[in-house]
Write a protein that binds this ligand. Structure first.
Ligand code: LRH
Ligand code: MN
Length: 422
């Protein structure tokens, strides 16, 4: 993405933007500090969500998909050039094995990208694999299957070390589909034993994220099925283990913002897989279904992180985990990053002192008014100003379309390339 194209785009929009930015800056305390925080706040893009996703009923590719890891890094680099908010990529192994780690690392650096958490995969059987994960991986009744899964995770850590990553995400599809199929206690003990061996292989400065999920692909029990189970594992593993909250991994109507507040209070919240959903693990665009919930989650995050003097930008892992069935993958990711930055900005303008006074006075009405005033404030000029100061586009999606990026990718890569991933 040539810089002059971004500057040309911004030149046309700057006057309108400045008017909007001055309007909101005059109505909130310390807009400058908020813009600074927004500039620092980077969200990692999943390497497995740069192509068209699908369901068991079908997959409708949009063309121009990245056919290898190099092209995936170029696509994340393009997103980052547009929004200056996606300065990291999260790899999934073996979907994206970096054959030559040094050249991959150099290519990423050229695009201003670092490598966030690396993800293991013991939920699919690979071609040359000796033992099947049909009945689980770390929970498996057969020690050889468990050892195979442990070895894979240690291999993933090795790839991460080569790339300069400093965290491993373990999501286990393990569980059962029918009552009586699984001994829950043994499954828990075996899984904990396996995670301990993986934990022992972590470099000193690394973190391990234990991602929980309520159901799918198992539909009776999941061996890491909710925040409580993940917290149990993370607590028994040690100080380098944390829970990972994927917004789509909860039972209906779960109060995710309360879960976040408590995991933060326990010092065991490691990070997020942001997406949105109406029913199950729908992996939809962040903020597309329930943007108020996303705001309430960030409100708890900012309140809890400030209470622990945590650095908003670096002390938790901010990652997207989405799948695109009907939208252009890059447009979908641009919308998701924007939704996350807007929710973060809204949470930064909450009048926290007044909220505490209302809460301590059981003034329920005023407490709601304070939150919804922030939620109903159009903070988009703050997010845009942060982008502008960072050299990004004032309207990334608009510029993506104006420059016919997808059309050019289709010319370059064709209609048939398929990106590895979901
Ligand atoms: C499981 C999950 C997990 C990934 C996978 C791609 O639903 O959220 O984070 O490994 O999606
Ligand atoms: Mn996830």
């Amino acid at each position: 993405m040539e810089k002059y194209k971004v500057e040309e785009h911004n030149h046309q929009l700057t006057a309108e933007h400045k008017k909007n930015f001055e309007f909101i800056s005059s109505r909130i305390p310390d807009a400058k500090a908020i813009v600074q925080k927004l500039q620092e706040f980077q969200i990692a893009i999943p390497s497995w969500a740069l192509g068209t996703g699908g369901t068991r009923f079908g997959r409708f590719s949009g063309g121009g998909e990245p056919g290898n890891l190099e092209e995936k890094i170029e696509d994340v680099g393009l997103i980052h050039a547009l929004n200056k908010s996606s300065g990291a990529i999260s790899l999934h192994i073996p979907w994206d094995i970096p054959n030559n780690a040094q050249s991959i690392k150099a290519l990423a650096a050229q695009h201003g990208l670092r490598f966030d958490a690396v993800n293991s995969n013991t939920f699919q059987d690979q071609q040359q694999q000796q033992h099947s994960y049909k009945f689980g991986s770390l929970q498996h009744v057969d020690k050889r299957v468990r050892q195979q899964a442990i070895d894979h995770n240690i291999e993933v850590i090795r790839h991460g070390i080569e790339l300069g990553s400093d965290s491993l995400t373990v999501w286990l599809s393990d569980g059962s589909c029918f009552p009586g199929q699984l001994n829950f206690r043994k499954a828990f003990q075996r899984t904990l034993e396996g995670l301990k061996q993986i934990y022992a292989a972590l470099p000193d400065n690394w973190k391990m994220f234990v991602e929980y999920k309520a159901f799918e692909p198992n539909f009776y029990s999941m061996t890491v099925g909710d925040w409580g189970q993940s917290l149990l594992y993370a607590t028994k593993l040690g100080p380098k283990a944390f829970t990972l909250v994927d917004l789509g991994h909860h039972l209906a109507n779960a109060n995710i913002e309360q879960i976040v507040a408590l995991l933060l209070e326990e010092g065991k919240l490691g990070g997020f897989h942001f997406n949105d959903s109406k029913y199950g693990d729908d992996d939809l665009t962040v903020g597309s279904i329930n943007p108020y919930q996303l705001f309430l989650i960030f409100n708890e995050l900012v309140e809890g992180m400030d209470a622990r003097n945590m650095n908003h930008a670096t002390d938790l892992a901010w990652m997207i985990d989405a799948s695109h069935n009907v939208k252009d993958p890059l447009e979908d990711l641009l919308q998701s990053v924007e939704a996350i930055k807007i929710a973060y900005a809204q949470s930064l303008i909450v009048d926290k002192k007044a909220l505490v006074i209302a809460q301590e006075a059981n003034d329920v009405v005023t407490a709601q008014e304070i939150l919804q005033h922030a939620y109903r404030t159009d903070v988009r000029p703050l997010v845009a100003e942060a982008r502008l100061l960072a050299g990004g586009a004032l309207q990334p999606l608009q510029l993506f379309r104006t420059l016919k990026v997808r059309e050019n990718l289709i010319k370059e890569r064709g209609l048939k390339t398929v990106a590895t991933g979901l």
